[in-house]
Write a protein that binds this ligand. Structure first.
Ligand code: SF4
Ligand code: SF4
Length: 324
């Protein structure tokens, strides 16, 4: 058994090793090609996020069609693909159900369809790959880095679990008020409305979130407050697409933890034991995969990932609180 600790050191940084291979870091990209490769997941996410917006916009304002059918109509809460396939946000539908709204079968089918897609991909794939607010919050994270604002200068401290309280509150208020509470005030819906329909206060709301994330609380919106992110996190645990982890090649350099918007999901003892990032709060953004100098992380299907074959099926160093 190795003497190496799998616990991240205090402050979220992994412990150093005396038994693993020497720690290395990826060099800064020296050519445009290297930069494109390093940023491949970020670029792919932006292409998809912007494409979804462009499809809504083009269908509404330029009448885009495919095979004579409108490409994508509606909004992020309730949409129709090719005039036929219904898509609906299951969290919005859940709020409407607890608010006792009568819903058309098509809306329920649309929610079921969306649920199926994200259950296969992993719930928070929506957050990193589709949600337009992610562009704003990633921009805020970049601004913090450029301004040298570290988490010790956060003006507010909140547990990441606050978003689950927001989720419950959204449902309770929906039930009491008889309206879908989060939908009424969602900055995501506001941003989408302003970008597609040119109406509302979505850009002002986005500026507010950018300011909060930049100056008040690191990853304040997506990482602490958004009830929609919390909803997808609950479903994310059962998603099929996972970030697989190879414990043997990992040197605990910590670059993945530093790059991750939800760093607590990269608890080394846990991911070594499971062979993957199992937490539903992982957004499948791919940042950790892109920065790992040892290729110890990579996307794979859950069914192909096997937990570490350690004595008793346990990690070499139990996570805090684990029974020994
Ligand atoms: S998984 Fe990769 S990036 Fe993360 S600590 Fe291990 S070697 Fe470093
Ligand atoms: S573990 Fe990796 S894929 Fe998951 S949120 Fe963190 S950086 Fe993104």
């Amino acid at each position: 058994m190795t003497s190496r600790s799998l616990h991240p050191a205090p402050g979220g940084q992994p412990a150093t090793s005396d038994t693993r291979l020497p720690v290395r870091h990826l060099p800064r990209p020296a050519t445009p090609g290297q930069w494109l490769y390093r940023e491949r997941f970020m670029l792919a996410r932006r292409v998809l996020q912007i494409s979804v917006l462009v499809l809504f916009y083009g269908t509404l304002h330029a009448g885009w069609t495919l095979l004579g059918r409108p490409l994508l109509t509606g909004n992020l809460s309730s949409a129709r693909l090719l005039g036929t396939v219904p898509l609906a946000d299951p969290f919005a539908v859940l709020q409407m159900l607890v608010a006792r709204h009568a819903l058309a079968t098509e809306v329920l089918l649309g929610a079921g369809m969306t649920l199926l897609i994200y259950l296969l991909l992993g719930g928070r794939v929506f957050c990193a790959w589709v949600c337009p607010m992610n562009i704003v919050t990633d921009a805020a994270a970049w601004s913090r880095q450029k301004l040298g604002v570290d988490t010790s200068r956060d003006l507010v401290r909140l547990p990441a679990n606050t978003r689950y309280v927001a989720l419950v509150m959204a449902l309770v208020i929906s039930a009491l008020a008889g309206v879908a509470a989060f939908e009424a005030f969602s900055p995501i819906a506001m941003l989408h409305r302003e970008l597609i329909y040119g109406a509302g206060i979505g850009l002002a709301a986005s500026l507010g979130i950018w300011l909060i994330d930049t100056l008040v609380l690191h990853r304040g919106w997506c990482g602490h407050l958004c009830p929609l992110g919390a909803f997808w996190s609950l479903l994310g645990r059962v998603g099929l697409l996972k970030v697989a982890f190879d414990d043997a090649s990992c040197t605990r350099c910590g670059d993945c933890v530093k790059s991750c918007p939800e760093p607590r999901v990269l608890h080394f003892a846990e991911i070594a034991r499971r062979g993957m990032v199992a937490s539903g709060e992982c957004t499948n953004c791919g940042r950790c995969v892109a920065v790992c100098p040892e290729s110890s992380l990579g996307f794979d299907l859950r069914l192909r990932i096997h937990p570490a074959a350690l004595p008793g099926g346990r990690s070499v160093c139990p996570a805090p609180g684990d029974p020994s």
